[in-house]
Write a protein that binds this ligand. Structure first.
Ligand SMILES: Cc1cc2nc3c(=O)[nH]c(=O)nc-3n(C[C@H](O)[C@H](O)[C@H](O)COP(=O)(O)OP(=O)(O)OC[C@H]3O[C@@H](n4cnc5c(N)ncnc54)[C@H](O)[C@@H]3O)c2cc1C
Ligand SMILES: NC(=O)c1ccc[n+]([C@@H]2O[C@H](COP(=O)([O-])OP(=O)(O)OC[C@H]3O[C@@H](n4cnc5c(N)ncnc54)[C@H](O)[C@@H]3O)[C@@H](O)[C@H]2O)c1
Length: 483
């Protein structure tokens, strides 16, 4: 059986391994199942547990650690690192809040990473092999591949299925860069194994991963250069958002090289090429946040009659692949690569595959949040999406410095915006830049799902003082203007 290793070999990592891939695990003999789920990340676990709760005979396979990228190498460790970085940052704001420290706060990086690993082990308890088993899904550990349109093999065991779900997630993309050698750079798979703070960190990529980790390492004390061939930070969000985050990053001392492509690396130096300018950046660690690609290799997809391309497993609008008995969910197929999207596609897929629900994936309203400080959350139809789709929208916005709880908390940098289709008051989308935007955006997701108009949001009583009042205030101003 595969041996899983996590560095360093401490109590937290040992616990994570015991939960996600128990070393003494013995697979069952295989057999016939109503459903087999390939991959035990958030998508796979949700699919397997949902189907088992419906009384189906279910197996789930995982080659590495249950919980997948999210718990082990993504959301959980990154948010744990960000939390420590925010504590250090807040401590440096004493003068604003009436206290003084004798010296600037000093990071103890060893303790930071110890806490990161502890949080990962706590989080992985909820996604453990045992949790799936107790929910009624039979777990097989090991590399899995299809051997026929209705069968797959894991570690010599044959699993025959009536229906299968591919939930194999995604892998980091590292662009070809001259001089770059394996083992001499970090990705999300290795960065959370650091035990010493890199004095000089170069981060490549200005998407969610690059931005979240660049700010966190800067706050923990690294000198950070962020290089991206995008001309903006968070290039998939609104321009105004990117500008606001850029200003904040520059205030915090991040050095930004936007519009620069990493072209050569090695011996602690990165060469970044911009238009008519080359910059040489020294580093002690080089971190890639340069996107992800669906994990579709070595799965025996050909034997199962499942088509895949560079974007992942091909599915129809009901998440069914070219084999009518095989579905795909999460990062392996879906363009929005988020844990909540993996979970939502998993539930939808089980409803379609086992309950005949016939619900298209376009029904899903999927918000996203990048956990920079301030956080950036968006949902539904935004100006960028509206432009791409050729529809016109009306925008209603309010700066957070007009919201009492935001300035009371010293968190007034940001804004809220609600979008409606032109001439309508039905809420179609929203952007929110706020310290806790991820906690607040769900109100708007619910509004969009239920076709709530601004007038109803205006009448919805919000607690005072809360930052969520930004949405009610936008709606109230709209309602007043209509009178
Ligand atoms: C640094 C970082 C931070 C992130 N932060 C967030 C965040 O804050 N919020 C958010 O919503 N999303 C975040 N994400 C994205 C999130 O982690 C993914 O969208 C999510 O994990 C996708 O779930 P999944 O189940 O589709 O795939 P995965 O989590 O990738 O799980 C797939 C599983 O399949 C297994 N597998 C693959 N091939 C085989 C095989 N042949 N046999 C057996 N098993 C196999 C893998 O080992 C893996 O465990 C982050 C990602 C990164 C990299
Ligand atoms: N909070 C969250 O939900 C969260 C956090 C992190 C990651 N994620 C998920 O993980 C996925 C991957 O995130 P990501 O930030 O790695 O990818 P991304 O695709 O969003 O951004 C990649 C960035 O790398 C840059 N880049 C690529 N090649 C380059 C090169 N050679 N030189 C310079 N720049 C280069 C691109 O211009 C872009 O800015 C995202 O799709 C997101 O869904 C989510």
């Amino acid at each position: 059986m595969t041996t899983i290793e996590l560095y360093p070999d401490d109590v937290h990592n040992q616990r994570t391994i015991r939960q996600g891939h128990p070393p003494d695990w013995v697979n069952r003999d295989g057999g016939d199942y109503d459903l087999v789920v390939l991959g035990g990340g958030p998508g796979g676990l949700t699919a397997a547990i949902t189907a088992a709760a419906g009384g189906h005979r279910v197996a789930m396979t995982e080659q590495r650690l249950t919980g997948g990228t999210c718990v082990n190498f993504g959301c959980t460790p990154s948010k744990a690192l960000i939390r420590c970085a925010r504590a250090v940052h807040d401590a440096s704001r004493g003068a604003e809040f009436g206290f003084r420290l004798d010296a600037p706060p000093q990071t103890d990086f060893g303790s930071v990473m110890d806490r990161v690993r502890e949080m990962r082990s706590l989080s992985s308890a909820g996604d453990a092999v045992e949790v799936a088993e107790q929910a009624g899904a039979e777990v097989y550990l090991g590399h899995t591949r299809f051997t026929a349109p209705n069968a797959m093999e894991v570690e010599g065991r044959l699993l025959r299925f009536r229906t299968a779900v591919i939930a194999t997630g995604s892998d980091p993309v590292v662009p070809p860069i001259e001089g770059l050698r394996t083992g001499e750079y970090l990705t999300n798979e290795t960065v959370f194994s650091l035990t010493e703070l890199p004095a000089r960190l170069v981060v490549i990529g200005s998407g969610p991963m690059g931005c979240e980790l660049a700010q966190a390492f800067r706050r923990l004390g690294s000198e950070v250069d962020l290089v991206s061939h995008s001309r903006t930070l968070l290039p998939n969000d609104e321009q105004e958002v990117s500008e606001l985050i850029r200003r904040r990053f520059e205030q915090e001392g991040l050095r930004l090289h936007l519009g620069f492509k990493a072209v050569r690396a090695g011996a602690g130096r990165l060469l970044a090429q911009g238009t008519g300018e080359t910059r040489e950046l020294p580093y002690d660690a080089l971190l890639f946040g340069t996107g992800r690609k669906a994990h579709v290799e070595h799965l025996g997809l050909g034997a199962a009659g499942v088509h895949a391309d560079g974007d992942g497993v091909e599915v129809d609008e009901y998440l069914c692949t070219s084999n009518p008995n095989i579905y795909a969910i999460g990062d392996a197929t879906f363009p929005q690569k988020f844990t909540h999207a993996a979970n939502a596609t998993a539930r939808l897929c089980i409803a379609n595959a086992l309950d005949g629900a016939h619900r298209p994936a376009r029904e899903l309203v999927i918000p996203h949040c990048t956990y920079t400080d301030p956080e950036v959350a968006e949902v539904g139809l935004t100006p960028r999406r509206a432009r791409n789709e050729g529809v016109t929208i009306d925008a209603y916005r309010l700066d957070l410095d007009k919201v009492a709880r935001a300035f009371i908390d010293g968190e007034e940098e940001g804004f809220g915006a609600i979008y409606t289709r032109s001439g309508s008051s039905e809420i179609a989308g929203a952007t929110l830049v706020a310290a806790h935007a991820g906690e607040m955006i769900t109100e708007l997701t619910l509004a969009i799902m239920n076709q709530v108009p601004l007038e109803v949001l205006a009448e919805t009583v919000h607690c005072y003082p809360t930052q969520a009042q930004v949405f009610q205030e936008i709606a109230l101003r709209y309602a007043r203007a209509q009178r």
